[in-house]
Design a protein around this ligand. Structure first.
Ligand SMILES: Cc1cc2nc3c(=O)[nH]c(=O)nc-3n(C[C@H](O)[C@H](O)[C@H](O)COP(=O)(O)O)c2cc1C
Length: 372
């Protein structure tokens, strides 16, 4: 017999959602997670099977791990997949096919690391480390300020990847605009000190991101969904903010929506934390409110014991699953992304919706080392 919590989860999570040409059977998204299992930048059959398992496990939409756009300075690992070049794209075509065979939907996440290009084994070792001002996340001068030609090249690389995604049969694309990588380095005042039209106030700092969105929009069909992922926090800096106020957030997202973004994927580490004072809304809630566009929330869904206790029929106190379902019922945001819990167990959603929580494989960091 289903507990009330399981029934409620079914009622709220298993509602269809559509966005342009994309129709989803439920509201649960697999969050993008870098796995580094694509030697030479080419995703193989093991990567296809990894995503197909999550599709078979019922997740409505898969957003892939970050994939490098076709620009020499885009990446910092030779094992992160590319989204350019015949071999890598053939690998991605097989991934999309495998996911579709299981009834799933999938979007690649398009990525350029910018000044984060520090690790030992980048795909193009002698390419320069570039960013809006050559300034790393810690504020140090550590690379080259992008020229206007660099900017145009990167924008074109995103557009080309978006066109490839549509041509290969993907269901949309996501632009990685968060976590302190290149697009976010433009959005953040600490790393963007430019004095041309790409730097200055929050609207000018949004110009690069908006040009990427507009170029992607122009490269794909009108109804091909474009998601934009953003975060306030940066790698190693959880206090950082691109928008200090709802008004600043409205400026950023308004420009991105105008450029053609269809949905905002708001990366927070805990979905239940309010974003600005005076309201319970989280970042996704605010994004939806100020932009009028749908939003995806994320952050620690399914990881706490309280989450599971509710499903096991223990006292119905306000715990994170109840809070999540309340927020979704109120339409604070439209979709919820799940990362680590789905990395732990490909069948996470199926088991949750059947109340089979005893059978879940919980996430632990050791699982990051394998592609199960
Ligand atoms: C192993 C791992 C790799 C990640 N890689 C990416 C990535 O490539 N792109 C991205 O936007 N977020 C990335 N993230 C962040 C996740 O998408 C997600 O926002 C985060 O894990 C919080 O969700 P969770 O609490 O459900 O795991 C990564 C997270 C993990 C655990």
């Amino acid at each position: 017999m289903l507990t009330n919590a399981v029934q409620r989860a079914q009622d709220i999570l298993v509602r269809p959602f559509s966005l342009g040409s994309l129709s989803l059977p439920n509201r649960v998204v697999m969050a993008p997670m870098t796995r580094e299992f694509s030697p030479g930048g080419v995703p193989g059959e093991d990567v296809a099977r990894y995503y197909a398992r999550r599709a078979a496990g019922g997740v409505g939409l898969i957003i892939t791990e970050g994939t490098y756009v076709g620009h020499a300075s885009a990446g910092n690992s030779a094992r992160v997949p590319h989204f350019h070049g015949d071999e890598a794209l053939a690998g991605w075509s097989a991934v999309a096919e495998a996911v579709h065979r299981e009834g799933g939907r999938i979007m690649p996440q398009l990525w350029h690391v910018g000044m984060d290009r520090t690790a030992g084994n980048p795909p193009v070792p002698d390419a320069p480390r570039i960013g809006p001002s050559g300034i790393a996340l810690d504020g140090s001068h550590a690379g080259q300020e992008m020229t206007r030609a660099d900017i145009d090249d990167v924008v074109a690389a995103y557009a080309s990847a978006a066109a490839s995604a549509e041509a290969l049969g993907f269901d949309g694309v996501e632009i990685h605009g968060g976590h302190g990588y290149l697009v976010d380095q433009f959005l953040w005042s600490r790393t963007n000190r430019r004095t041309d039209g790409y730097g200055g106030d929050v609207a000018r700092r949004t110009r690069f991101a908006a040009e990427i969105v507009a170029a992607c929009r122009a490269a794909v069909s009108d109804d091909f969904p474009i998601s934009f992922r953003l975060s306030q926090w940066k790698v190693n800096n959880y206090q950082a903010r691109i928008a200090e106020t709802p008004q600043e957030l409205e400026t950023v997202l308004g420009l991105l929506a105008e450029a053609g973004a269809d949905i905002f994927h708001c990366s927070t580490r805990r979905f239940h934390l309010p974003e600005f004072e005076g309201s319970d809304l989280n970042l996704a809630g605010w994004a939806k409110k100020v932009s009028g566009k749908p939003a995806i929330s994320v952050g620690s869904v399914g990881l706490s014991n309280e989450f599971l206790q509710v499903f096991q029929g223990e006292q119905a106190r306000v715990t994170d699953i109840a809070d999540l379902l309340d927020r979704m019922e109120r339409e604070e945001f439209d979709l919820v992304a799940v990362g680590r819990a789905l990395l732990g167990d490909p069948e996470w959603l199926t088991k949750i919706l059947a109340g089979r929580v005893d059978e879940l494989t919980p996430f632990h960091v050791g699982l990051v080392g394998s592609l199960h």
